[in-house]
Design a protein around this ligand. Structure first.
Ligand code: UD1
Ligand code: CA
Length: 469
């Protein structure tokens, strides 16, 4: 059961805390995926605040993930009770997780579940020792070390606040000891909420033992409540991802400045230079080089391709053995076939470029289809927008477009044709022809000599002399 109905006040955000992006996934989805990877049979996510957004962030296509609705956010205990109906038939242990634990690992959950089973206690929870426990529930232990209760920060005495062992919001409980005991929890506390954490004291008073699993790596089990913790969680996930990739044969020159989202795939022998950002559902092949400062989002890059520094690529597919950049901007729906080349200060959008074609300098290609082995000269622009609609340019195989050409769409340059430099092409160009639309050059001999300031001065003086007397 994942608790995701809360407001997340400390984020000071228009959207629910749980849908904020953390290293490429909405926060709550990290928790859902961790539970799944740990092998839970079924997941119930408790939603309420901004329920539709949270539901969408979790994803609705997995039959093993259901949703319970908490009508008012009256605390974590009340959230758990809102899901009772969904677990009506269920017998056995329930793992209960706060939804704000994006750094939590599946392994930790598996180990914790094993710990719980062997403890024999009806309830177990995860704790951690931290330097600054502010904001967390503190673990109160008896003289012999057993957990006796959890006290929330708002309800704690000064002495209790000094305790550095905190409750992480990760619990395992036998359902047989969940519903009825939890219904005895009262909102008689500073926040006027029903606390899930009160279950500890309730079960203890009934004579049960509560087992505590102290997790050694605090970073992994700390909740995200504000933007500073969001940054820390993002950083932790990026660092973990970089480590996993390096172990699998990827070279990362500076892991501290390389941000790779958790779902990104990178092939062996690929080199990532400093400042590279690989976001979303990006897949990078083998033997690729990604130059310094490049950002690639939701895109595929084929084997052996090189991106020189400072490229920005979004929702595009780059084939193998291409060469891109430096300073190239590939906007959504750019598709480059193998061995294509896109050079500096080239912008593309919604294009397909065939094998071995090149646009090496200062060019805009939008809504265009370019065949194989075409050469697009420096300064070429597809004029794809007439103010109302987007129109297509088609450039067939082996076409040569001279520098500084405008192609006014809709227009087609047929196979093997040439377009002379400086042309404005408004009509289709037949195969193997030359189209040229610039004005004829005119030369005026000695014009500059006559035009120069010295020449004009001389002329004026002459005039004066002639008129003098
Ligand atoms: C909670 C714990 C605290 C622990 C900390 C760990 C309680 C009372 N306190 O405090 O002991 O140290 O987590 O991070 O449980 N939620 C709901 N419905 C609600 C309220 C909250 O679904 O009515 C959800 C939130 O969306 C969130 C989770 O429960 O995912 C925890 O709520 P949060 O407000 O973050 O609890 P903390 O104050 O951090
Ligand atoms: Ca929290």
């Amino acid at each position: 059961m994942i608790l995701a109905a809360g407001l997340g006040k400390r984020m000071l955000s228009q959207s629910s805390k749980l849908v904020h992006n953390v290293a490429g996934r909405p926060m709550v989805r990290h928790v859902v995926e961790a539970a799944k990877a740990a092998g839970v049979a079924r997941t119930v996510v408790v939603i309420g605040n901004q329920a539709d957004d949270v539901r969408r962030a979790v994803g609705e296509n997995d039959k093993r993930v259901g949703f319970a609705y908490q009508d008012a956010q009256r605390g974590t205990g009340h959230a758990v009770l809102s899901a009772e109906r969904h677990l009506a038939e269920y017998e056995g242990d329930v793992l209960i997780l706060n939804g704000d634990l994006p750094v939590l690992r599946p392994d930790t959950l598996t180990r914790f579940a094993d710990f719980h089973r062997s403890s024999g206690a009806p309830l177990s929870l995860v704790t951690a020792a931290v330097e600054s426990p502010a904001g967390y529930g503190r673990i109160i232990r008896t003289y012999n070390g057993d957990v006796s209760r959890i006290v929330e920060e708002a309800d704690a005495t000064a002495e209790e606040r000094a305790i550095k062992e905190i409750n992480c919001g990760i619990y395992c409980v036998d359902v047989a000891w969940l519903w009825d005991p939890l219904k005895r929890a009262r909102a008689d506390n500073a926040q006027r909420e029903i606390y899930l954490t009160d279950l500890v004291e309730i079960l203890r008073r009934d004579g049960h033992k509560v087992a505590a699993y102290r997790h050694p790596e605090a970073e992994e089990v700390l909740g995200v409540n504000d933007r500073r913790e969001l940054a820390a969680a993002t950083r932790a996930l990026h660092r973990r991802k970089a480590n996993a990739l390096m172990v699998s044969g990827v070279t990362i020159l500076d892991p501290e400045t390389t941000y790779i989202d958790v779902d990104v795939k990178v092939g062996q022998d690929t080199i990532l230079e400093p400042g590279v950002m690989l976001f979303g559902a990006t897949e990078i092949g083998r033997g690729v080089t990604i130059g310094a400062g490049s950002r690639i989002t939701d895109s595929v890059v084929g084997d052996g391709t090189a991106l020189l520094p400072y490229c920005v690529v979004a929702s595009s597919r780059i084939g193998r053995a291409c060469r891109i950049g430096p300073f190239a901007h590939l906007r959504p729906d750019t598709q480059l076939d193998e061995e294509a080349r896109i050079g500096n200060f080239v912008e593309t959008k919604k294009i397909r470029m065939g094998q071995g074609s090149k646009a090496n300098h200062l060019t805009y290609l939008g809504d265009a289809e370019i065949g194989k082995h075409a050469n697009i000269g420096a300064g070429t622009i597809t004029c794809n927008y007439d103010g109302v609609q987007k129109l297509r340019t088609i450039i067939e195989d082996e076409v040569f477009i001279g520098s500084d050409t405008q192609l006014v769409a809709p227009v087609r340059v047929r196979r093997g044709a040439y377009v002379g430099a400086g042309s404005t092409i408004t009509k289709d160009v037949p195969p193997y022809s030359l189209a040229i639309s610039r004005a004829q050059q005119v030369v005026k001999e000695d014009w500059a000599k006559r035009f120069s300031p010295a020449a004009r001065e001389k002329k004026r003086d002459k005039g004066k002399n002639r008129g003098g007397g």
